[in-house]
Design a protein around this ligand. Structure first.
Ligand code: NAD
Ligand code: UD1
Length: 341
């Protein structure tokens, strides 16, 4: 049985991906240092799938420990690398922490993969690499120019992409699929796993669900004076289970076909942009729960509007986001209620 090494596998996107991998018949080894996740996530995965993935509490940046671990696993056929620090604001305050964690982890991982003869890598990147695309590049496809990063976090994604490209160029055995996520939201329909934000959420959806649950007084909508139909920012919100499934497709692609290019890039989004106000209105409509909110000034560094052209992923990967925003918002609410139980 083929095994996938999933770094950051107890995190938000990682845990949903582990479920999809296991349900597709793969064995999984999770490596996570639990810096931004909880060991109980493994119980949720086991309840959904009926079996437990192997787990090692380890820092991916710890090369000797990673070597030691992987000596015990001879059946790994691919790696999905989620492990990273991801708080944009924190990365501005502590850039070295972000460069150390996000860059060193990847370098070490590539080294240990080479030593073990593991040649397939799927990497979590972000639409943040495109910055604010110009009008002619909206929706954004993979040929849109990469723009200077707006934060150290964003820069680590760009640097990681470059490291992978350079290493694939130097080592002809390495294949990589770089997935650029738009805005993942929602939770598994079982409500057994979901997003576990640390402290006050920075991202929109956890703030919306916590406000709806009465844990926060009100949602602040950052700006209604943007050049968009209702004045609030536009994003491409993608269901986390749809996103997770794309990783299984990517792994299977690497195992079954020769990649057209040794490093492939895919935008993972729905192709539909929604405004902050549309998200709040739709959330209230599908859940019947009010989200107290006020309009405040713009958040520094925010992108006005960005949404994906996912046609390359649709056509080449044969993957498409299928969940409606209504069911996705409902899944986020069901998860919040599960957390509040
Ligand atoms: P998350 O924080 O929920 O998951 C990341 C996991 O990695 C956590 O469980 C954390 O404990 C672990 N981790 C961090 N550093 C580690 C290290 N050095 N060694 C071992 N484990 C480590 O984040 P997520 O939302 O699931 O994001 C997963 C990946 O996708 C990240 O690379 C992130 O940058 C990227 N991404 C996320 C989003 C998003 O909106 N969530 C968007 C674009 C890209
Ligand atoms: C954030 C990250 C980005 C990352 C992306 C994907 C920042 C500056 N950027 O972007 O690097 O790739 O997540 O997960 O954090 N909003 C409110 N009120 C809130 C929270 C958010 O109005 O309390 C608005 C924001 O202004 C934005 C939208 O909701 O328009 C989505 O915000 P958020 O979830 O933080 O994601 P991004 O801004 O896309």
């Amino acid at each position: 049985m083929a095994r996938i090494l999933v770094t950051g596998g107890t995190g938000y996107i990682g845990s949903h991906t582990v479920v999809e991998l296991m349900q597709s018949g793969f064995e999984v080894l999770i490596v996570d240092n639990l810096s931004n996740s909880n060991i109980q996530v493994l119980d949720g995965i086991e309840k959904i799938v009926g079996r437990r993935p192997d787990f090692a509490q380890l820092d991916v940046a710890d090369l000797p420990k990673m070597r030691e671990l992987l000596e015990k696993y001879t059946d790994i056929v691919a790696v999905i690398h989620f492990a990273a620090s991801k708080a944009v604001g924190e990365s501005v305050e502590k850039p070295l922490l972000y460069y150390r964690n996000n860059v060193l982890s990847l370098v070490n991982l590539l080294e240990v993969m080479k030593e073990r003869g593991i040649t397939n890598l799927v990497f979590s990147s972000s639409c943040t690499v495109y910055g604010q695309p110009s009008k002619e590049h909206l929706p954004v496809d993979e040929t849109a120019p990469i723009q200077p990063a707006l934060s150290p976090y964003g820069n680590t994604k760009q640097i990681n992409e470059e490291i992978i490209r350079d290493e694939a160029h130097a080592d002809s055995s390495l294949n990589a699929i770089i997935l650029r996520y738009f805005n993942p939201i929602g939770a598994h329909p079982s409500a057994l796993i979901g997003e576990l934000p640390n402290g006050v959420p920075n991202n929109l959806l956890p703030f919306v669900t916590q406000t709806a649950a009465g844990l926060r007084k009100e949602l602040k909508i950052f700006g209604n004076d943007y050049n968009t139909p209702d004045g609030s920012c536009i994003r491409d919100y993608i269901n986390v289970v749809d996103l997770a499934k794309a990783h299984v497709v990517a792994v299977n692609r690497m195992l079954k076909v020769e990649l057209r290019d040794r490093v492939e890039y895919f935008n993972l989004g729905t192709g539909r942009g929604l405004s902050v106000i549309e998200i709040v209105d739709t959330f209230e409509k599908v859940t019947g729960v009010k989200v107290p909110h006020t309009i405040v000034g713009r958040r520094e560094g925010d992108i006005e509007k960005v949404w994906a052209d996912p046609r390359k992923a649709n056509e080449v990967l044969g993957w498409k986001a299928t969940a409606t925003v209504e069911e996705t918002l409902l899944s986020a609410w069901n998860w919040q209620r599960h957390l509040s139980e």
